[in-house]
Ligand binder design. Structure first.
Ligand SMILES: Cc1ncc(COP(=O)(O)O)c(C=O)c1O
Length: 394
């Protein structure tokens, strides 16, 4: 140590997410499963994929669950299986991850953006209705951050205008709306098992859920280069242009170990969220909560603050992981400029992009870590900067 350096007190750090904790707890089970995969020599379309698909169908309460390579592919294969393509319009929230809209663009269809509901994060059904044209074929509600979309008005809209509903459940695996599992309500449910999701693979992976036998057949066909043998036809005969989007055995084996833990992990996330609510309800930040009788499984714990950027810096300076999901709504992204939207077109989403901040949440977060995050935010709230927030939000 340099002679003049001061001994520094160790500041407890809290990561936004810690992917190691879950794997340490499950290590022996995971290793045993993976050994079996390596010993079998089957890495694609093997027994783990088929077993996981059955287990996932049972868990999500659907007739069919089809493993694919990612959440983005789940969206693309769903939309393709529903016959959506060039010239079609698909309603997509502007406040979501780019994958939701990118999947639509890759099929040659046009994303038509929809604003978020005032006071919330998810798609506003009234705004969706205003944007329906004769070319609209589908609507993609995204259960953002883990909060269930109020599906009833979306389903009513779909029935009235003959639209397919494709649920983007990438951030809400295990969430519910009444008795229904998210992903079982629309024509299809599209899941991502990216490593930071509630149900996470150790790489990329995804799933399409559906109760429709014909859609399931189409997705099965499409994920394997549309080889007719998938449906009992001739091998190397291709009735349509397909994709290569298979879930692999290694990821399926990992997901099989993890799926039985999903409810427990989601309950832990909810417990941490409740503690955050108790700690932060007087801090001038808007806290997330379930709405419309649906669940919130807190894939992300996202608060809103008019002093977001200063709060973000304060957290980072104090060793607390924080991130902005998402700083630019899709209609203002360069990628979607060709759609012709302007700043001001989606005022709720634009405000969200300026105010949202996600703070640490993962099942293995300790009570001490939650308290520490709460303390750091309280310090900010009751400092000079924070008092300004309080006055403005009063
Ligand atoms: C809302 C949403 N939709 C779709 C996706 C795409 O999933 P993946 O990364 O598995 O392709 C993600 C993943 O980050 C997401 O958060």
């Amino acid at each position: 140590m340099h002679q003049n350096s001061q001994p520094t007190a160790t500041v407890p750090t809290v990561p936004l997410i810690d992917l190691r904790a879950q794997h340490q707890a499950l290590e022996s089970q995971l290793v045993r499963s993976l050994r079996r995969v390596f010993a079998s020599g089957r890495f694609v379309m093997g027994p783990n994929v088929h077993a996981f698909e059955q287990e996932a169908a049972d868990y999500f309460g659907v007739k069919h669950a089809i493993g694919v390579a990612s959440g983005t592919d789940a969206l693309m294969l769903s939309l393709t299986a529903l016959g959506i393509g060039r010239g079609d319009e698909v309603l997509v929230p502007t406040f979501t991850y780019t994958a939701t809209a990118a999947a639509v663009c890759h099929l040659g269809a046009r994303p038509v953006f929809v604003d978020s509901v005032a006071g919330g994060f998810n798609m506003d059904p009234a705004d969706a209705e205003r944007r329906i044209t004769p070319n609209t074929r589908a609507i993609i509600p995204v259960h953002l951050y883990g909060e269930a979309v109020a599906m009833e008005p979306i389903m009513d809209l779909a029935r009235a205008h003959d639209l397919y509903v494709v649920e983007d459940v990438a951030q809400a695996a295990g969430g519910r709306l009444g008795n229904a599992m998210l992903g079982s309500i629309g024509a299809t449910g599209c899941f991502s098992f990216y490593p930071t999701k509630n149900l996470a693979a150790c790489g990329d992976a995804g799933l399409v859920t559906t109760n429709d036998d014909r859609v399931a057949e189409r997705v099965l066909l499409l994920r394997q280069q549309a080889d007719a043998s998938v449906l009992g036809g001739q091998k190397y005969s291709h009735p349509t242009v397909g994709f290569n989007s298979r879930l692999d055995e290694v990821q399926a084996a990992i997901l099989r170990v993890k799926l039985p833990n999903l409810d427990t992990w989601n309950q832990l996330r909810i417990k941490h969220a409740e503690r955050y609510r108790a700690l932060l309800s007087d801090c001038g930040v808007q806290l997330p909560a379930p709405s419309n009788g649906g669940s919130h499984v807190y894939c992300l714990y996202t608060v809103r603050s008019p002093e977001r950027d200063r709060l973000y810096r304060h957290l980072r300076e104090n060793g607390i992981g924080a991130e902005i999901y998402y700083p630019i709504p899709l209609h203002l992204q360069e990628a979607y400029r060709f759609l012709g939207y302007q700043r001001g077109d989606f005022p709720v989403a634009e405000r969200l992009a300026e105010e949202v901040l996600s703070i640490p949440i993962f099942p293995e977060l300790s009570d001490e870590q939650v308290e520490r995050v709460g303390t750091v935010i309280r310090e900010f709230a009751f400092s000079a900067a924070g008092r300004a927030v309080e006055e403005r939000t009063a």
